[in-house]
Design a protein. Structure first.
Length: 116
């Protein structure tokens, strides 16, 4: 999946499993003029001790003037479709589409901030 960020600021994306559990969080900071655009490719499956887990991205935070898309779609539309694909319940799907996901728990993966 490709994350595209237009405009400077910081975004936070959590990646949840079908049960709504946050397994990974990534913070991406973009610096520059208002015309700056950054792209980040990320896999939507994670390797865990229990095996491969399919995940959905959830945009938790974004800068006031930033535009964020996932694979060219509005982030909430993409998240809603992806949650349905991986088997999330309706409640988890709607919460995720509105930018709500559980905080990371101990043992989850924190990727260092990526500066673009």
């Amino acid at each position: 999946m490709n994350i595209t960020i237009k405009g400077p600021g910081e975004i936070v994306v959590r990646f949840i499993d079908q049960n709504g559990k946050a397994l990974l969080q990534e913070t991406i900071r973009v610096s520059g003029s208002g015309m700056v655009e950054a792209k980040r490719d990320i896999n939507l499956s994670l390797e865990t001790l229990s095996g491969q887990v399919l995940v959905s991205p959830v945009l938790i935070q974004q800068g006031e003037k930033q535009q964020v898309t996932f694979d060219g779609e509005h982030h909430s539309s993409f998240t809603r479709k992806r949650c349905q694909e991986i088997g999330c319940t309706q409640n988890i799907t709607e919460d995720a589409a509105h930018g709500h996901a559980q905080p990371l728990q101990e043992g989850a993966i924190h990727l260092p901030s990526a500066q673009k």
